[in-house]
Write a new protein. Structure first.
Length: 306
């Protein structure tokens, strides 16, 4: 594995080249919490789910915590300690998030379903649409996260087990004609014997792969096996994102500590990692809407408002 060396300051366009199309990003969420005006504008989007409409009626602080969980953590930092955190690079408006919900909502015209499984890349279905995959240690919560992302399509069967290493194959799910989601086997404990050949070949050769989501347990942080996965993504020059899972199990202080440590790791030891961390909880649903919006954006299915 190559050593990527120190990270230099990288502008957003550098992350929008190659497999990711450039899209306008909207900053400044403070104005997004003028609820009456926002609700009025969102009423124009007939595809906005009823569930998200209810979310918008939450108290401001609770809404911010649900939609932007790491920005909630940011307020516990002294001003000088925030400069190395990249929490607002991808910072969509509520209208953007609402439009992304329609991509993940199952309808007669937007069918969301399991496609097939594969143990080798050459067994994978030939799907022309953009693809995103989720990788991580065994029991980090990959299948649980995918199930949460598909909560607007409850008929989709995503098998979840409390036993580490339950997922043994690459599982493919189609999201209408928009993109494909791939649930990869976990690495580490009880990983399939052919894990390296299966996953490395897929990551290296899958031409329509737009983004790899590398899941890290927020309770324990980056482990040795995570380092190997990160080095693999770097070696193959893959655009990838680190997603912190199970944030409901971490105290605010512990989560902040992990965020600072992992952000420093990303800033100094990676080149292909998107500089902004995403944090999620499949229990409280924190961060799920934001991650949906990001996926819709990087697969070319959502242009953010100016």
């Amino acid at each position: 594995m190559r050593n990527p060396g120190p990270r230099t300051t990288v502008s957003l366009p550098a992350f929008c080249e190659g497999r990711m199309a450039a899209s306008p990003l909207r900053l400044g969420p403070e104005k997004l919490f003028e609820m009456p005006a926002v609700l009025g504008r969102l009423s124009r989007y007939q595809s906005t789910s009823q569930a998200f409409a209810e979310v918008l009626r939450l108290p401001k602080q609770q809404l911010r915590k649900l939609l932007y969980p790491l920005q909630e953590v940011e307020r516990y930092l002294v001003p000088d300690g925030r400069q190395d955190l990249h929490l607002r690079i991808f910072n969509p408006s509520l209208e953007d998030i609402a439009r992304a919900e329609s991509v993940f909502k199952a309808t007669e015209r937007n069918r969301i379903d399991y496609v097939s499984s594969a143990i080798r890349k050459d067994h994978a279905p030939d799907l022309p649409r953009p693809e995103v995959c989720f990788i991580g240690r065994s029991n980090v919560g990959k299948s649980s996260l995918i199930k949460a992302l598909f909560s607007l399509a409850p008929e989709v069967e995503v098998r979840i087990s409390k036993t580490p290493g339950h997922t043994k194959k690459m599982n493919f799910f189609k999201v209408g004609k928009h993109f494909t989601v791939v649930d990869m086997p976990g690495y580490g404990y009880r990983a399939p014997e052919d894990f390296a050949d299966m996953v490395e070949t897929y990551l290296k050769e899958r031409s329509n792969l737009r983004r790899t989501f590398l899941l890290v347990d927020s309770v324990v942080g980056i482990q040795k096996t995570d380092n190997i996965a990160i080095e693999m993504c770097e070696e193959f020059a893959l655009p990838y994102v680190i997603v912190l899972t199970k944030i409901d199990k971490s105290s605010k202080g512990h989560l902040l500590k992990q965020v600072l440590e992992i952000q420093k790791y990303v800033n100094t030891k990676t080149q292909g990692c998107f500089p902004q961390l995403f944090a999620v909880s499949t229990v409280t649903f924190s961060g799920i809407h934001l991650l949906r919006c990001f996926i819709a954006n990087v697969t070319g299915n959502l242009d953010l408002t100016n």
